[in-house]
Design a protein around this ligand. Structure first.
Ligand SMILES: Nc1ncnc2c1ncn2[C@@H]1O[C@H](COP(=O)(O)OP(=O)(O)OP(=O)(O)O)[C@@H](O)[C@H]1O
Ligand SMILES: [Mg+2]
Length: 274
């Protein structure tokens, strides 16, 4: 097991003496090379889980273990290795890239931070290689993010995360802000990279349609609790939980008649409450 999460609880402070618990007894695990989808409506706790996994926030209860490292407690060499091997791609391709840095600087930053390329020339070479890998033109290395489309910016963000050779990529709704046609391209890219690099991917999304293609196993989250977990086919063919069924009903289908029926049922499904 590359990453495992056991019985995680997380609360946020809502006032001086009050707090609300937003994660209840979350357990999940990911193997090297696996893609896990984390699905649920807005506010179900997806990003909170992602942030705990990345050690950006601390859970009150439970354990997160990455390749033998206790993530919450890690220090020193363990913490440095964790920071290098577990990387993240965020939803907003506009807000997550510093507009004053060139694409080359953005992608190469991790190499500097982790001292992975000794010379500027070595960095440029590695950056060019990464740009190629994510479908960007290395000749654009000295341009700034503003001159790139949303999809291209997400490619920059992916290259930036992958440049230091992580083993896990946590993607928090990385395509939610993109046009549908561009979404498919970025998901295909992630799938290619997953196979090529034997990456584990944790992919957070609102709806099942987005994860269906990429993720072999799926965790369905509702109000901070896991309501269903299993492999993709089991979840789609025989969903056990009513909430999962509602999410599946909300998945767009190409058949217009079926789609109409789904639209009608979707009006009453919890999946669209935001
Ligand atoms: N910093 C915070 N302080 C207080 N409450 C928070 C904080 N961050 C999130 N919450 C609350 O925790 C719950 C879970 O939020 P979270 O962002 O994890 O959900 P999500 O599933 O990622 O939603 P979305 O799909 O909208 O991104 C929500 O009720 C949210 O309002
Ligand atoms: Mg979120």
């Amino acid at each position: 097991m590359l990453l495992s999460v056991e019985h995680l609880d997380k609360s946020y402070k809502t006032g001086r003496r009050s707090s609300t618990q937003v994660l209840h007894d979350i357990s999940l695990s990911v193997n090297q090379g696996d893609a896990l989808g984390l699905v649920g409506e807005s506010g179900s706790g997806k990003s909170t889980i992602a942030k705990c996994l990345l050690r950006l926030i601390k859970p009150e209860q439970g354990r997160i273990v990455y390749d033998g490292i206790d993530v919450v407690q890690a220090r020193g060499a363990d913490l440095r290795r964790f920071r290098r091997e577990v990387q993240m791609v965020f939803q907003d391709p506009y807000g997550s890239l510093n507009p004053r840095m060139s694409v080359g600087e953005l992608i190469g930053e991790g190499l500097l931070v982790h001292r992975l390329a000794a010379t500027a020339a070595a960095r440029r070479e590695r950056v060019a290689e990464m740009m190629q890998m994510v479908g960007l033109n290395p000749a654009d290395m000295d341009r700034y993010p503003r001159s790139f489309s949303g999809g291209q910016r997400q490619r920059i963000a992916i290259a930036r995360a992958l440049v230091i050779g992580p083993r896990i990529l946590v993607c928090d709704e990385p395509v939610a802000a993109l046009d549908v046609s561009v979404q498919a391209q970025v998901i295909n890219l992630l799938q290619d990279l997953q196979r090529q690099l034997n990456l584990a991917i944790i992919f957070v999304a609102h709806d099942l349609a987005v994860v269906r293609h990429l993720c072999e196993s799926i965790v369905v989250l509702h109000k901070g609790r896991i309501v269903e977990t299993g492999d993709r086919n089991a979840i789609f063919d025989a969903p056990q939980d009513p909430y999962t069924r509602a999410l599946i009903a909300a998945v767009p289908t190409p058949d217009p008649q079926v789609a109409r029926a789904h639209r009608a049922s979707r009006r009453h499904s919890p999946a669209t409450q935001a």
